[in-house]
Design a protein. Structure first.
Length: 95
């Protein structure tokens, strides 16, 4: 597959400090057994800026871009050791 925009990256900048406080990175996930989709490679928000809706805004951007590209799904894996992040992913997954 020759995709011009294989990766998708968004950052969230604190308007006061101009510091990047969060980011999301997704790439195309293409295989033989399902439709093309995005695979989220990284999603992070500085601890000092969590619980402010930044992660949700970043994932909403991935979702919008997936819709623009006519992708039907977004894939995200999270390790067992990141149990503090799992409630966020589960909440976002129920949209």
């Amino acid at each position: 597959m020759k995709e011009k925009h294989h990766h998708f990256l968004r950052v969230y900048e604190d308007v006061k400090t101009k510091q990047v406080v969060g980011y999301v990175h997704a790439e195309i996930y293409d295989n033989l057994y399902s439709e093309t989709m995005f695979n989220v490679m990284g999603l992070a928000v500085l601890e000092t800026h969590q619980q402010q809706g930044i992660g949700k805004q970043l994932m909403d951007e991935v979702e919008l871009e997936a819709k623009r590209r006519n992708y039907l799904a977004i894939r995200l894996n999270s390790g067992e050791n990141r149990s503090n992040a799992h409630p966020f992913y589960k909440k976002w997954d129920t949209k």
